[in-house]
Design a protein around this ligand. Sequence first.
Ligand code: NAP
Length: 251
Amino acid sequence: MFHLTDQVALVTGGAKGIGKGIVQTLCKAGAKVVIGDIDQQQGAATAQELGCAFKALDVTSREACQSVVAEVVKEFGKLDILCSNTGIFPQANLTEMTEADWDQTHNVNLKSTFFVVQAALAPMREKGYGRIVITSSITGAITGYPGWSHYGASKAGQLGFMRSAALECAREGITINAVMPGNILTEGLAEQGEAYLEEMKRSIPTHSLGKPEDIGHAVCFLASKEAGYITGQTIIVDGGQILPESPEALL
Ligand code: NAP
């Protein structure tokens, strides 16, 4: 029903993990996709595998975000869809967390969202059309996990940012929404170790981790023309992880 034929999309953190799942889904729906990622080797390999373009991008640089968006517009003529997806999730308990840990997590996860959304808004406003989808998380906005207070704050912060930003663009044909993944099996999540992955499976009603394409499908919907009357909203994609009121649901 939905298609993104001839839509131009930029996906940050698209080299692997959830970002790659988003890229894959957008490509399948007909979009021309540009991956922006700090991992140049993997970014170029993913772009080749999926038949899209790659640009080296460190989202913690405002200048880099602006110049990558400008390059996309120069090469493809417009930018219809922005997926602000980059994120890191290093663990640090509060007794050990340094100011540098806090700043790095906020810079890559939250400040980057401001940088890349601000950069994308200029060409979107010119055309009077845009779809922005932010990858947030259930962690922070709904749930908590020891060691992720800085991460949770950055992910909840993205939603606060989104709501005001959505209002600023409401009459300009531009929507800003967010997906909130639960535990999705990505390269980044795998680094948490087998014990973590098994613990998570047991805490999800489906008893399974999500796949990157599960997030891609939700993003694809929010990125479609048909979702034009939805803005400032969230879709939780978590296999029901936030639902159980009692342990029986998890047996
Ligand atoms: P991932 O597998 O680690 O992939 C993230 C990609 O972003 C990597 O290619 C990474 O490169 C890149 N990146 C890191 N720092 C960057 C920077 N400064 N500029 C540009 N690119 C950068 O992560 P993921 O699990 O797919 O997570 C993607 C997003 O989903 C994040 O926002 C995360 O918070 C969110 N999320 C994930 C889960 C989950 O279960 N996986 C759950 C909820 C929310 P390097 O590998 O070289 O660092």
